[in-house]
Design a protein around this ligand. Structure first.
Ligand SMILES: Cc1ncc(C[n+]2csc(CCOP(=O)(O)OP(=O)(O)O)c2C)c(N)n1
Ligand SMILES: [Mg+2]
Length: 803
């Protein structure tokens, strides 16, 4: 028997090798059966881990409690080997079972092989993350797992180097964790891969990325993906040299069980001990069933390649190695293979039953209502008859809930309204629909926002306190003094971004604070918005309180994908099991020029549902939001008004303590003729116009909505409309952008249409990007004169004789 040297605490002996062999086979059987389940129509889509079994078994041996994973849809064997996934759950995922207890990764919201390990308890408190193997929740966009991986690794650096964090013993083992990542060869073509590798090399964090190189990204071969056709070749410039820390690169072969065990042992030890990022380039990896159930690889792989994949199938190679090394006989292995196959088949049966049973019970109850009804008239045409619909439903061999609901709702439409005998049928069907709909919808329409006791919506507000001596200071000073208090109060708080550290931000709102609190808490980063976001996301998942700085709102676009696909869906796609309370601080609205004065708020609010969006009009409000957000556990964006840093505000006496509620608009001016609803920098514009309008006997009620998400939780705006009966929605986004959003909320959702005496109006910026210079601004964005004219015109339309 070939000896495998091992210092990792994992015994590599006959027993463990055979257990691995069994698991590799089980995983492969699941992949094979899983594909069949899709092709026969029982499951919707499938993507599997076949071909990647052996490398993942080797990697899993190095994964310890407290470590973190950020991988992708090929990781099924890895998850199984860590005890975080089993054959039954494989089928719960495949069928999309929405029972949260069965389908623990996603509650059926994401397709198969997307995993997570909860980081919070049901009450929203952090789990002991050091006592479990942790996995962040997967997303499908290629390389989207990379920015988050950086943050997961960076947290260990902070826990190791910032001694004040070592009191949080349930969050980290003094930084001795590794963040394991996995990515396909083709996905390394994405910018995120390079941005992450570079940042990890700069930061020197314990990040271990495995690249499964199976030569293809769906159908496109490596020669179209990677310069020189080798990712490790082109990563060489990042490699550590004497006195020049970089990354370490390891190469292995996807079928070499013994070699891979050694490789990971060596690489992970370096990563864990020295906090050096490592990359494992795993070549000669196969994909026996092709990419996914959406296609077949015979269409794009040559005969030669297909034959090579059979010959180098990692499980076949492992079997050959076990026999040739004398570890076990062919008979012993045959037995294990048979056992694994049996387990996979049994899991399919059980998984299917637990998916189908509740649906069938629901259908039987519906059928019973129809069968037991007293109105059996035959007035309706056959195809619309109640019995016909019912019989069609009974014929569906594998019903889904939609089949039941379509039938029930169509029957309801076709019940005779004139016949009294149908009353009870009507009632019972409504009852069935209500009961079951409420149950079904919960599986899909829940957990968009944190609804545990840790929600920021539960944070009690504290008003700013002023006294006759409260000084008037520039807006930036308010933020600065507020941060000073916050960094003293919350040891887990840190902020980082471009120019955030040394100079304290481009607007100096953190000036001098790096000196006071240290470089680990107030930190400069490279110009890399997507990984700044990912860095924050990973830190937040690990229980820290990051504020990720994005220099200007316009540059948030570089990070929008991570924001939208990853951060915004974290709580939703894990069906409430994970929270990432990342705060994003940025600044926007008016200043000068196309890329420094945008207010693309509709782009934002329409792509980040799941994240709160605060749009303060000044720095006191901005500080109030930070103070609230740090008391809860929700992800949120705060957009400071870019032109407000030098404007004077009165410093509250309780700086660092006052808190602003989210979703509560503030009425800044009482009025009777018309309501203006706005936010951010246009509040000041509106306030100027309101004064001018007053001089013309027009009384305007001015409302600052304060946060766009959540929006007016207590329906305050419609109360204003009841009084004024006219409304203008104002901002500096595009026409039909956030003004339309606000209009829908107030007119439709709050029922404001009932109180309108004039058509509701919107006033926003022009459709082009805001042009340079003050004149550029004047002719691109709404001015006080524009507001005056629109309001005046609205009043004139209702009373031409007066205006
Ligand atoms: C941003 C993005 N673009 C395209 C896709 C569609 N897509 C899914 S997987 C895949 C290929 C990935 O190949 P590779 O990284 O080599 O991983 P493999 O599937 O081979 O393991 C593509 C193009 C996607 N999911 N996300
Ligand atoms: Mg590939």
């Amino acid at each position: 028997m070939k000896e495998i040297k091992n210092q990792s605490g994992h015994d590599v002996n006959k027993k463990s090798i055979l257990a691995d062999y069994r698991m590799a086979n089980l995983s492969r059987d699941l992949s094979v059966i899983g594909r069949r389940e899709v092709l026969t129509g029982k499951a919707k889509f499938g993507i599997f881990g076949d071909g990647k079994e052996i490398v993942q078994l080797a990697m899993a041996k190095q994964f310890r409690n407290g470590d973190w994973r950020s991988g992708y849809y090929r990781d099924q064997t890895w998850m199984m080997a860590m005890g975080l996934y089993d054959s039954l759950e494989f089928f719960h995922q495949l069928y999309g079972n929405t029972d949260n207890q069965f389908n623990t990764g996603s509650g059926g919201r994401v397709f198969n092989n997307h995993f997570c390990v909860p980081n919070i308890n049901p009450d929203g408190s952090w789990k002991d993350l050091t006592k479990q193997k942790n996995s962040s929740a997967d997303i499908s966009p290629t390389a989207g797992q990379m920015p988050r991986l950086l943050g997961l690794a960076y947290a260990s650096k902070l826990f190791r180097q910032n001694k004040d964090l070592q009191q949080f013993t349930t969050l980290s083992l003094k930084g001795n964790e590794v963040a394991f990542g996995a990515i396909g060869d083709a996905s390394t073509s994405e910018g995120y891969f390079w941005e992450t590798i570079n940042a990890a090399g700069v930061l020197q964090v314990p990040m271990a990325v495995s690249i499964y190189d199976d030569g293809y990204g769906i159908s496109v071969p490596k020669k179209y993906q990677t310069t020189k056709g080798s990712i490790s070749e082109i990563l060489k410039g990042f490699e550590t040299e004497k006195d020049k820390p970089g990354i370490r690169i390891f190469k292995g072969k996807g079928w070499d069980y013994a070699g891979l065990i050694k490789l990971y042992e060596e690489g992970i030890a370096i990563c864990r001990e020295q906090h050096t990022p490592v990359v494992f380039h795993i070549e000669e990896v196969t994909q026996p069933q092709g990419h996914s159930t959406s296609g077949s690889h015979e269409r794009y792989k040559s005969e030669e390649r297909l034959k090579w994949e059979v010959d180098f199938d990692p499980i076949k190679k492992m079997r050959e190695w076990i026999i040739s090394s004398g570890i076990a006989s062919a008979d012993e292995l045959d037995k294990l293979e048979a056992e694994a196959e049996e387990e996979a088949k049994e899991a399919r049966r059980k998984g299917w039953e637990s998916f189908q049973n509740p649906i069938r019970t629901e259908r039987d109850a519906l059928v019973k209502i129809i069968n037991d009804r007293s109105c059996k008239c035959t007035e309706k045409a056959k195809e619309d008859s109640v019995d016909n619909y019912k019989e069609d439903l009974e014929k569906v061999p594998a019903p889904i809930r939609k089949d039941n609901f379509v039938t029930a709702r169509k029957i309801l439409r076709n019940i005779c309204l004139t016949c009294q005998k149908s009353d009870s049928l009507n009632e019972e069907l409504h009852g069935w629909l209500k009961r079951n709909y409420e149950d079904a919808i919960k599986g899909y329409d829940s957990f968009l926002y944190n609804d545990t006791p840790t929600s920021v919506l539960n944070v009690k507000p504290v008003p700013p306190v002023y006294s006759p001596n409260s000084p008037e200071v520039p807006g930036r000073q308010i933020l600065h003094d507020n941060y000073d208090k916050l960094f003293s109060k919350y040891p887990k708080l840190l902020t980082f971004g471009e120019d955030t550290g040394g100079i304290g931000g481009v607007n100096q709102s953190l000036e001098g604070l790096q000196k006071k609190f240290g470089e680990l808490r107030i930190t400069d980063t490279g110009i890399r918005e997507a990984t700044i976001l990912g860095q924050g996301l990973g830190l937040a998942l690990r229980g820290l309180r990051p504020i990720a700085e994005i220099q200007y709102l316009d540059y948030l676009m570089y990070a929008l994908q991570i924001l939208s696909d990853d951060l915004a869906t974290t709580h939703y796609r894990t069906a409430g099991k994970m929270l990432a309370p990342l705060i994003i601080s940025t600044r926007g609205h008016r200043l000068e020029g196309i890329w420094h004065s945008g207010s693309p708020m509709s782009m934002l609010i329409n792509s980040v549902r799941g994240i709160y969006v605060c749009s303060p009009r000044d720095m006191t409000r901005a500080a109030g939001f930070y103070n609230t957000l740090l008391e809860g556990k929700d992800p949120a964006i705060v957009i400071e008004p870019l032109n407000g840093y030098r404007l004077k505000e009165i410093m509250p006496d309780n700086i660092g303590e006052f808190r602003l509620e989210l979703g509560i608009p503030e009425i800044l001016n009482q009025g009777t003729d018309l309501t203006i609803v706005t936010y951010g920098s246009t509040v000041k514009i509106a306030a100027v116009a309101v004064k001018q309008l007053e001089a013309h006997d027009i009384s305007v009620e001015l409302i600052d909505v304060q946060t766009l998400i959540p929006f007016d939780r207590n329906n305050i705006i419609v109360e204003s409309l009841k009084k004024t009966n006219r409304i203008l929605f104002l901002d500096e986004d595009l026409p039909g952008g956030t003004t339309a959003y606000m209009m829908q909320k107030v007119i439709e959702k709050e029922g404001g249409w009932q109180y309108l005496d004039s058509p509701p109006k919107t006033l926003s910026a022009k459709e082009h990007r805001p042009a340079y210079t003050t004149d550029g601004d004047y002719f691109s964005k709404p001015s006080a004169e524009d507001v005056f004219d629109v309001v005046y015109e609205m009043m004139k339309e209702t009373a031409p004789e007066r205006y």
